[in-house]
Ligand binder design. Structure first.
Ligand SMILES: NC(=O)c1ccc[n+]([C@@H]2O[C@H](COP(=O)([O-])OP(=O)(O)OC[C@H]3O[C@@H](n4cnc5c(N)ncnc54)[C@H](OP(=O)(O)O)[C@@H]3O)[C@@H](O)[C@H]2O)c1
Length: 316
């Protein structure tokens, strides 16, 4: 099968031929129709996370995908060949990932039936970004009427976080560079601040001098979150997806800090599919390339100003 893989950490992604994986007991073999790009895909390929994994090379890149169950391993009871599914198809120890014509996933792992109204390309864009946004809202225990600032709101995770926070009844302030204000408002933000114009915390302090209840920070690195933390009222919560926070130091100042690591399960994906089917949650695709063009596109996506999700179309 064709796949986009790296031969070693730091090597350029290449289109290569590799054997189709065999589903093990309890696993689904899925003919993938699309995969989506997440920044972690290129971080892994660069070797930035090599201390946390022992992959087999060539390592197929990617996590999120959607397609059709082609075969099931022994003991699988919940899915059948022909089922349309979406989820995360990654097993680095076997060299497997989602940028490939076939992927495997455990039936009790991060896989669920595709949202009914979606194309595989749209469904493939959901798991990591939307699952992480859901985890942010959950970790913050966001309530109706609370005000949340989302830093990095225009990207893959941010757009989903705006929608899920607004669905909770929260008042969302979103960062948006010039030209992206309408985008974040259309997704449910009630106010926006332009992070290219000056420090975000100063702008938010200007419109909310009494402080805010929550910050979802998708961008600020460790060592630089202090000004965002200062925006919180006592009892407020800040969540980082880039492990930037010191929760103990925050607790000492009567604030909560949560370094969120996404936990995307089949149940989570089934819940998200229900929300999508009900028309309450959408995903915005801004780039699509066929698998042959993925290596070049990945270099671009790793450094672009994301305004939604990028997907790789695989096969017919
Ligand atoms: N912990 C986890 O489980 C987890 C899960 C998913 C993602 N992540 C991480 O979360 C981060 C975001 O992921 P993503 O998929 O949303 O990335 P993305 O799609 O690339 O979006 C990033 C967004 O942030 C904006 N941005 C960049 N610098 C900014 C700043 N200083 N202030 C405000 N906005 C800024 C970008 O727009 P402009 O460039 O135009 O400003 C872009 O819209 C990545 O580092 C990713 O690896 C972690």
């Amino acid at each position: 099968m064709r796949a986009i893989a790296i031969s070693a950490f730091g090597a350029d992604p290449e289109l290569i031929e590799v054997p189709e994986p065999e589903p093990r007991p309890g696993e689904l073999l899925v003919r993938l129709r699309a995969a989506s790009y997440n920044p972690v895909d290129t971080k892994i390929a660069s070797g930035a996370m090599k201390d946390r994994m022992s992959p087999r090379f060539p390592l197929i890149m990617g996590q999120d995908g959607a397609g059709v169950v082609a075969a099931v391993g022994a003991e699988v009871t919940g899915f059948r060949p022909g089922d349309e599914v979406y989820g995360r198809f990654t097993d680095p120890a076997r060299g497997l990932g989602a940028y490939a014509e076939y992927g495997v996933v455990a039936e009790d792992g991060p896989v669920a039936r595709m949202p009914k109204g979606m194309l595989p390309e749209q469904a493939a864009a959901v798991p990591t970004a939307t699952g992480t946004a859901r985890d942010l809202v959950g970790a913050a225990r966001l309530d109706a009427g609370q005000t949340v600032l989302i830093v990095g709101a225009t990207g893959g995770v941010g757009q989903q976080a705006i929608q899920l926070a607004a669905l909770r009844g929260a008042h969302v302030i979103a960062t948006a560079a010039p030209g992206a204000e309408d985008l974040v408002r259309d997704l449910g933000a009630e106010e926006s601040v332009d992070h290219t114009r000056g420090p975000v915390h100063e702008q938010v302090r200007g419109i909310r001098p009494g402080g805010i209840d929550a910050v979802f920070d998708l961008v600020t690195p460790a060592g630089s979150t202090g000004p965002m933390e200062e925006l919180l009222r006592p009892g407020g919560v800040i969540c980082s997806v880039v492990h930037a926070l010191d929760p103990e130091a925050l607790a000492a100042r009567e604030r909560r800090g949560v370094n969120v690591v996404n936990h995307v399960t089949g149940e989570v994906l089934a819940d998200l599919a229900d929300l999508i089917d009900a028309g309450r949650l959408r995903v915005r695709l801004v780039a699509r390339v066929p698998i042959e063009r993925a290596p070049g596109a990945l270099a671009e996506w790793a450094t672009w100003h994301a305004r939604g999700k990028a997907v790789i179309a695989i096969g017919a």
